[in-house]
Design a protein around this ligand. Structure first.
Ligand code: MIC
Ligand code: SF4
Length: 755
């Protein structure tokens, strides 16, 4: 098979020496890898000034764009409006989110075709039209497919999925964005990002026994928490980093999304050479080797990291214990030796009902091989697994190869369900029998997110995140308190069996193999391709322009909801059953904020309609405000919009007439998504002002007419008893972002410029 876009890669590498030299000159000190990649991808070419980390807005020129089916619909509906003939950079669409796991791969895939044909046809034809590579349903999970085919050391890409960051495992700066950002790049425009801060993670020692790459990121998440990486690139280095496999690096970078990091990356090394070679990309190795010195951080940086990184973490892999994170949040880390006590103290159900291996984070050949080695031992020793088991291979190439190598057969000996090469249960695409009973229960998986209701829709499912091999061991034991390092299992003869640590090849000895990888190349000239959207479709809807701002202060706004505590994009625009409406803005808006907890009554999806005094569902109440022509605001807590890149979480409130989202702090992608869609995304200058917001207040923006960069806005709260008070709201809008607000959205502005 030919290497995708090798000419583009060579071209990028050609410019590297000169770009790095220019960067060195302006920065005036040794450079980290992250800085090298960023400075090598400036929209304006060679660096003329040094940027201020965490402050400067910078225009970049990413090398490629990736989109998955659930976000590509909205991204491409927007791209259609940009008036372009073809995408300006290599771009791909991957069908992976819309396939529900129930019976097993073949039947599930067929069911998905029956149910989603309209959407798949739309994505296939629009990809064909605009020169976008299309990966069919069943081809694999976007990030594994990108790692296997497209990622290259030193490259920069953006993708409409928060786990785009996986490609850092191959030394990229790969960043998750909303669809509107992807539209910019595909339309041949610059892509803007605040120059990130840098967190260094020095890895010493070497993994051993039961510990795996997943434990590095589980530990980092525990240290940094779900917002500790916000606005930063995490750069891993040290002898420990070099000892990790390339897909292991991908695992670490992937789950960096869970600490809010802009992305994570590793310097080019032998593990990457091995992986590129095994996946048929020797040419990339040859090209990268010529500029290898530029594809990693400078030696001085790694010798004195404290001088060059804004924050430094050190982890000794030799001493790292396997971790299990959760429930309900990926940053609650517990080392395995303490898990039993912690579970008992917190009343987490000890009985484990399901073990699931897969997701973009952990679905490589190595992951499957190591987990299978545990299963093999259980089978060989007559141990009957206590929990049910399911796997989702990351790509057809991984699936085909693990089938050839007997790994699937091993899983099947234990009654494992082999689901499609797709996201499946990781995004609520799991028809789990009995989930509707909402029983309190425990599941364990190798995914990256474990927010409430995420996998099966049941708020009482306690989901724990760990490595594939630990999933296997704990699911076999059926006991969250089981520590495979110290405990034994009883077999069918009543003997005590101690499992040996996992083993598995990093890469298949006989090489990867695949029959049909599921790729569809676009037409050379797609101008004649028709893209049809049926006017009565419930799945797809052409977009209409959001109205431009009328230039006046927004006054008389009502509070739609004051959300309390964790409010992720899953709470704002739930996935699972709602994924079917991702291409239909009005229909998906019926899930707006239905998962958020109302601070005034502690309930989800129950807010008071201030026009009638009656309690109603959030989308219905908002539709009533919209019908009455009354603007509204949403108030939230810390790290609002954590998680997904789905811009629906910003477009839905925009579509239904919410004008501002005011919170203690935002997650990066969501804040940008709000800006792009012409919303006001603001933060309390004084965090405690959150408490001043009453349910029946009326809100007036008193100086929006003077909206300007760096200048806080004033919000007047008019309480029901007639008293008034004003609070200050901070924002991070620069001039061009303010012009998106004024135009009604960033896309409106592109259209204005086109005409
Ligand atoms: C996720 O893991 O939450 C998703 C589903 O992949 C999202 C994208 C989406 O909502 O479509 C993400 O991570 O960005
Ligand atoms: Fe798919 Fe889950 Fe990865 Fe999101 S985190 S891309 S849903 S596998």
């Amino acid at each position: 098979m030919k290497v995708f876009d090798i000419d583009m890669i060579r071209k990028v590498y050609e410019t590297y020496p000169e770009r790095i030299a220019a960067a060195r000159k302006v920065v005036g000190r040794p450079l980290t890898l992250s800085e090298k990649i960023l400075y090598a991808h400036l929209w304006d070419g060679n660096a003329a000034t040094a940027f201020e980390k965490g402050k400067s807005y910078v225009d970049f020129a990413p090398d490629r764009v990736a989109m998955q089916d659930a976000t590509a619909q909205m991204a491409l509906l927007q791209f259609m409006q940009a008036g372009k003939k073809k995408v300006a950079v290599p771009s791909t669409v991957h069908c992976d989110h819309l396939i529900q796991a129930k019976i097993g791969a073949t039947a599930d895939l067929q069911r998905s075709f029956n149910e989603n044909n309209e959407v798949f046809n739309f994505l296939s034809s629009i990809s064909n039209k605009y020169g976008i590579g299309f990966w069919k349903p069943g081809a694999g999970i976007i990030h594994q497919v990108v790692l296997e085919n497209y990622a290259f050391p030193g490259g920069m890409m953006i993708g409409t999925d928060s786990h785009t960051v996986n490609a850092g495992g191959l030394g990229m700066v790969a960043i998750g964005v909303g669809g509107a950002d992807a539209v910019d790049v595909m339309a041949g425009m610059a892509w803007e990002l605040k120059f990130p801060k840098l967190i260094g993670v020095k890895l010493t020692g070497k993994l051993n026994g039961w510990t795996s790459a997943k434990d590095v990121i589980l530990k980092v998440a525990d240290i940094l928490t779900v917002k500790g990486g916000t606005g930063a690139i995490v750069e891993y280095f040290g002898e420990g980093a070099q000892s990790l496999s390339c897909t292991g690096k991908g695992t670490i970078c992937n789950m960096g999304a869970e600490i809010g990091a802009t992305t994570s990356t590793f310097g080019y090394d032998d593990s990457m050479r091995r992986y590129l070679t095994a996946t048929g990309r020797k040419e990339v190795v040859e090209a990268a080797d010529k500029i290898a010195e530029h594809l990693t951080g400078d030696a001085e940086v790694y010798e004195n990291p404290a001088t060059y990184f804004d924050q430094l973490i050190e982890i000794n892999l030799s001493e790292l214990e396997p971790h299990v994170n959760g429930p309900f949040t990926p940053d609650r880390g517990t080392p395995i030796s303490k898990l039993k006590a912690e579970a008992i103290a917190n009343d987490w159900p000890l009985k484990v009902e399901w073990g699931l291996i897969g997701s973009c984070t952990n679905s490589s050949y190595e992951d499957m091989a190591r987990a299978a080695s545990i299963v093999e031992q259980a089978v060989a020793n007559g141990i009957t697994p206590k929990a049910e088991f399911g796997i989702n291979p990351g790509s057809e190439q991984v699936r085909y190869t693990i089938e050839r190598d007997g790994i699937i057969a091993t899983f099947e000996k234990m009654g494992t369900k082999v689901f499609t090469n797709a996201c499946g249960p990781c995004i609520g695409q799991w028809d789990r029998t009995g989930a509707d009973k909402q029983e309190k229960n425990t599941i364990i998986h190798s995914f990256n997110r474990n927010f409430s209701k995420r996998a099966d829709g049941n708020p009482n499912t306690h989901a724990f995140v760990t490595s594939p091999e630990m999933v296997a061991a704990i699911a076999i034991a059926g006991d969250l308190g089981f520590n495979p390092l110290t405990d034994t299992l009883t077999n069918d003869k009543g003997e005590q069996i101690k499992l040996l640590p996992p083993q598995g090849d990093e890469l298949p000895r006989k090489g990867f193999a695949v029959d049909d990888n599921g790729y569809q190349a676009p037409a050379e000239d797609g101008s004649g391709v028709q893209v049809a959207v049926a006017p009565d479709s419930s799945r797809l809807q052409l977009l209409e322009n959001f109205p431009a701002w009328d230039g006046k202060n927004i006054v008389g706004a009502k509070l739609l909801i004051k959300a309390k505590g964790k409010c992720t994009t899953d709470h704002i625009s739930m996935a699972g059953p709602w994924l079917r409406y991702r291409g239909h803005l009005d229909n998906i808006s019926n899930n707006m904020l239905i998962g958020a907890e109302n601070a005034f009554n502690g309930k989800a999806n129950a807010v008071t309609n201030q026009l009638t005094g009656e309690v109603g569902e959030v989308p219905a109440v908002q539709r009533a405000y919209k019908a009455a022509g009354i603007p509204s605001i949403v108030v939230g807590d810390h790290n609002y919009g954590e998680g997904s890149s789905r811009e629906h979480a910003a477009m839905e409130p925009r579509h239904l007439g919410v004008c501002a989202v005011i919170v203690k702090s935002f997650a990066r992608i969501h804040e940008t998504n709000l800006k792009k869609q012409g919303m006001l995304g603001l933060t309390f200058a004084n965090e405690n002002d959150y408490d001043k917001i009453k349910e029946d207040d009326t809100f007036n923006f008193t100086d929006l007419e003077a909206f300007a960069p760096g200048k806080p806005l004033t919000l007047e709260l008019v309480h029901a008893n007639g008293t008034k008070e004003s609070i200050l709201l901070n924002h991070t809008y620069n001039d061009s972002q303010i012009s998106w607000f004024k135009a009604g959205s960033a896309l409106n502005l592109i259209k204005l410029m086109e005409n």
